[in-house]
Design a protein around this ligand. Structure first.
Ligand code: SF4
Ligand code: SF4
Length: 86
């Protein structure tokens, strides 16, 4: 069966994508990231989360889970990737 391409595993990004329009700047994801890769950026009177050092992200998904506003798009977990053959 054909799909319309929405929501399939392979469509998910490798690293978290933060939707600044939804982000309230609450900081939950900042605290949730074990590697402290997310910071809050101030713009005028508002704050929003920004992912820094993307290349260090382990795709653990903690930030995605921590966001109560669904401002961080689900990612393909590192465990979803095919492991290299030995
Ligand atoms: S947890 Fe969600 S709403 Fe809070 S700062 Fe992070 S992305 Fe923004
Ligand atoms: S997926 Fe994990 S390592 Fe990557 S930014 Fe989110 S909490 Fe940090």
């Amino acid at each position: 069966m054909e799909t319309d391409g929405s929501g399939t595993l392979t469509d998910l990004p490798d690293v978290p994508k933060i939707d600044s329009a939804r982000c309230s700047g609450c900081g939950r994801c900042v605290a949730a990231c074990p590697l402290r890769l997310i910071t809050l950026e101030v713009s005028g009177f508002s704050k929003s989360a920004v992912l820094c050092n993307v290349e260090l992200c382990t795709r653990c998904g903690q930030c995605v889970k921590s966001c109560l506003l669904n401002a961080i798009m689900a990612i393909r977990k590192s465990s979803d990737k095919a492991t290299p053959e030995a």
